[in-house]
Design a protein around this ligand. Sequence first.
Ligand code: PLP
Length: 470
Amino acid sequence: MHPVLADDLSRLPALLQIARDFAAKEVAGIVERPVARLDGRSEPAPLPLEGIGAEGALAGFAERWAPGFSGSAGPRYLGFVTGGATPAAVTGDWLTSAYDQNVSGGGDSSATALERETLGWLRELFGLGEEHSGAFVTGATVSNTVGLAVAREWLGEQLGIDVSRQGGAALGPVDVLSGTPHSSIGKALSVLGIGRDRLRTVPALPGNREAVDVGALATALDALDGRPAIVVANAGTVNTVDFDDLRAVAALKQRYDFWLHVDAAFGGFAALSPSYAHLIDGLDAADSICVDLHKWLNVPYDAAVQFTRRQDLQVRVFHNASPYLGLPTDEPDFLHLTPENSRRLRALPAWFSLMAYGREGHREIVERNVALARTVGERIARAPELTLSAPVRLNVVCFTLTERPTRERVHALGRAIAASGEAFVTPTVYDGTHALRAAFSNWRTTEADVERVLDAVLTATGAVTGEAGP
Ligand SMILES: *Cc1c(COP(=O)(O)O)cnc(C)c1O
């Protein structure tokens, strides 16, 4: 063994203690860490010839890289839809690395059964029945890709084509219909060889909505003359968190032949609250479902879950048959269900967080985030220089400048907010107008944080519009 490696091995408990102390300091400091670091790069260093051991590596990291890391896991980072990591989730994540299980097959470890237990809990959390089976994947983009891959296989089944053998081209052009799809749907269609251009957007409901007009969807399906299609329903759009009427969309299956995939990346968490669960009514009727976990479950990157009612088709797409792996059984190993073969035990952080805080603890996070988003929405609506782009439906506040919301001015406002180090929001275009989004999905965020966010937003607005601050 290399002497430095041997030395690290001999003092492993001490090294883990040093890492623990460092992490504890950094995590405790996250509330005051600048929310975004726009200048945190370090020049690339040469590949080390002689190593310096784990403690030396930690010192080098602490000096050169850690200062540039953002507070994106903290309470006032409101960009995209960004969760943090609950204490229990971090514990689970550390142990995931410490145990380093490969959850591809189940033969030699209980880790596979732990992933299945966690999947069962998540299924219950989102109100799904036993017919839905699932797997952990790295994020909602991959979850959507898996769901649409199963959809593509289903299209083949409808047309008498084995897509996994004959290739997607055998299907000919595929019809994919959706109201306000997330950008990852286009990416998934590109990866799957269906093609980004095959995604057709169906009009949304009138009146500042992003939810699909189900009547227009029916018309679009009707025009396919019986050709089977894929419908992507959206349960929580990123700009205004609007929800397609999942029950009404699913009811169209009685008249038309389509696979229903639901992108519930973060909107799925509405199911945790009796106040918002109605938004996601009908989710169980979906053929495949995507839910992100590194967003509103507040587990560390990278984790999401996918569910489907057709595990048999999923195995057809993803099975990895070889003499030493064998063919999938009734309870297929995860390597036969996901794009990955070797897999991290990314169920463990979720298992820890659900074990530690339960359904109620996670419900409280969701409801607090929504309440805080509403507070911010009300205060922004009262500021004459700012305008809400849409009502705050759940956990995202979409707003813009009242006067001249040009790209230049709105982006300048976003940069000024980030430069304060106090809050971070991301630019978007909503209904043809440049706007900013503040998304609340972090377990730490409190009312005091909201005051700091509002101060930062209103001061930056004053600077951009030339008015005095608050
Ligand atoms: C975030 C998001 C995605 C993509 O999620 P990743 O985890 O970044 O891959 C897909 N759909 C929706 C609705 C999202 O909010």
